[in-house]
Design a protein around this ligand. Structure first.
Ligand SMILES: Cc1cc2nc3c(=O)[nH]c(=O)nc-3n(C[C@H](O)[C@H](O)[C@H](O)COP(=O)(O)OP(=O)(O)OC[C@H]3O[C@@H](n4cnc5c(N)ncnc54)[C@H](O)[C@@H]3O)c2cc1C
Ligand code: FES
Ligand code: FES
Length: 501
């Protein structure tokens, strides 16, 4: 049955019908609801001018609040959720919210175009961390760009906003002074309304000739993908929506994976970690961090908070970009993926999924169910590197992840994943061969540098030259050696931030 989408918008229940399933939330807010406080800057998730908050029921009876980029959020993914725009932050007595008041006091706005986006990202932080540190603020604002104010006053506002009198109700802080969760009665009431709004079965949203199916179970998803092999799978839409906003492409029929609980599930046991394809990047990275804290910097530099909340690990893997950040690390970890077609499932080593860009091993009617990462073995050393022009919110020119399984000094196994140096994410098999079976020492590192430099023929593009990429691969192997040389104690401070801190 085709139905209207239902959501809470600034606390009011709305039904959305008569709009294409590829309509973005930003278009809906500005053009249909005249909520023009939310701005359009880049229309590709890069500048944060369109940031709004989405809230979903949390396990403790309250809400889970997170910022998203409205410009690349397709409407069908919001069914059953609550959306808050900057218009909703004004207090019931007409006063400014502490986030806004702090920005005014610290002179955190000039032309004001970016300000609603900053306000909403800061509101997301206000609900999560009390009081935020400068580091919390930098992470929370990594997806917001300001052309004129400069970031010092904005960061100052982030650190002073919780010192102002907290408002009542859902607009109040979500944590107490010790960082403990705080759920107001109004927030509980909103969560209850959302639970009542939630639908149990499959949802089909249709407009004209275009349909978005949103199955509720894995079985239903498998049937739906088999019945509609030409429909596109839509997870968070952080890749797919750019085809709409940047290329004006019709997406055709869509199958949204976000309602399938099995695809959201993350399970850890002695064998390793299983991550459902539709688990958000943020949850997936938190799960991987337990066994592999060496990857934290790569995950923290992956896009921005709103993208990590909306985007999924399955979307990153299935999108098959040669410069995707998760694949080099997952290849080094020996990850496998589980694919399903009808009732049949199969597993593949991740590196075997990528055939020739943009072709993958995915068959018509098949989809990605989960990513399986084996448990850590004793004696494993791992590092991952991302070289890009900007620290945050940038695409890698070169990505490299190296893992050695050591027995004493001897290298039992080497796995190396690379990005940005070939048409697909790749395993550096020649460099791995140069390492396996020998002692981990300077000569072995030199052999791996020679092998990896000869193994790839990268291209020159606007991010880097071919020569830079090849030399960067070699130098990163050397850096790995310096950081994991058993004769040195601990990591060397090899980043500018570490030396100048
Ligand atoms: C501003 C911005 C910054 C970004 N920064 C980075 C970055 O730093 N590093 C990086 O690697 N990426 C980055 N990305 C890309 C993107 O965010 C990621 O690739 C993200 O993981 C995609 O997930 P998604 O759920 O949004 O995928 P979607 O856009 O929903 O889907 C992506 C593709 O995967 C397919 N797909 C989705 N789920 C499945 C499934 N279960 N089975 C089969 N196919 C499926 C879709 O059909 C589509 O082709 C950035 C994007 C933006 C807009
Ligand atoms: S308009 Fe720039 S992130 Fe949405
Ligand atoms: S105040 Fe002008 S862009 Fe930020």
């Amino acid at each position: 049955m085709a139905e209207a989408l239902r959501l809470l918008l600034n606390g009011e229940e709305v039904a959305v019908a008569g709009l294409s399933p590829q309509t973005t939330l930003l278009e809906y807010l500005r053009e249909r609801r005249r909520l023009t406080g939310t701005k359009e800057g880049c229309a590709e998730g890069d500048c944060g001018a369109c940031t709004v908050i989405v809230a979903e029921p949390a396990d403790d009876g309250g809400l889970d609040w997170h910022p998203i980029n409205a410009c690349i959020r397709l409407l069908p993914t919001l069914d059953g959720k609550a959306v808050f725009t900057v218009e909703s932050l004004r207090l019931p007595d007409g006063g400014l919210h502490p986030v806004q008041e702090a920005l005014v006091r610290e002179h955190g706005a000039q032309c004001g175009f970016c300000t609603p986006g900053f306000v909403m990202s800061l509101f997301g932080l206000y609900k999560r961390a009390v009081p935020p540190s400068r580091a919390d603020a930098e992470v929370a604002l990594s997806g917001n760009l300001c052309r004129c104010t400069g970031y010092r006053p904005i960061l100052a506002a982030a650190q002073t906003m919780t010192m102002l009198a907290p408002p009542d109700g859902w607009r109040g802080p979500g944590a107490d002074a010790a960082g403990g969760r705080q759920v107001s009665a109004e927030e509980r009431a909103l969560a209850l309304r959302l639970r009542r709004l939630a639908r149990a079965g499959d949802v089909t949203y249709r407009h004209g000739a275009q349909t978005c199916h949103a199955p509720a179970t894995l079985e239903a998803l498998a049937r739906c993908v088999a019945d509609h092999p030409d429909a596109r799978l839509l997870a968070g839409g952080t890749d797919l929506a750019l085809r709409v906003t940047k290329q004006q492409q019709p997406l055709g029929d869509l199958i949204h994976t976000g309602r399938v609980a099995e695809l959201q599930a993350i399970r850890r046991d002695d064998g390793g970690c299983s991550i459902g394809a539709a688990a958000s990047l943020e949850r997936a990275f938190a799960a991987l961090d337990v066994d592999w804290p060496e990857l934290r910097e790569i995950w923290e530099r992956f896009a921005s908070v709103p993208i990590r909340r909306a985007g999924t690990l399955g979307g990153n893997v299935a999108n098959a970009s040669p410069i995707g950040d998760s694949m080099p690390a997952l290849i080094a970890l020996g990850a496998q993926i589980e694919l399903r077609r009808g009732a049949a499932t199969r597993r593949l080593a991740l590196e075997d999924f990528y055939l020739a860009h943009p072709r993958t091993a995915l068959q018509p009617g098949e989809f990605l169910v989960r990513i399986l990462v084996p448990a850590r073995a004793a004696g494993t050393v791992l590092r991952a590197y991302k070289l890009s022009r900007r620290h945050d919110q940038d695409i890698a020119a070169v990505a490299l992840a190296l893992r050695l399984d050591l027995d004493g000094a001897r290298i039992v196994r080497a796995r190396i994943g690379c990005g940005g140096v070939a048409a697909t994410p790749r395993r550096a098999v020649a460099a791995e061969r140069a390492l396996a079976g020998r002692d981990w020492n300077q000569a072995a590192a030199q052999a791996a540098m020679d092998a990896i430099g000869a193994e790839f023929a990268p291209i020159t593009d606007h991010r880097a030259t071919a020569d830079y990429r090849r030399r960067a691969l070699e130098r990163l192997v050397w850096r790995f050696w310096l950081q994991t040389d058993p004769a040195r104690r601990g990591d060397l401070p090899l980043r500018v931030q570490d030396v100048t801190a």
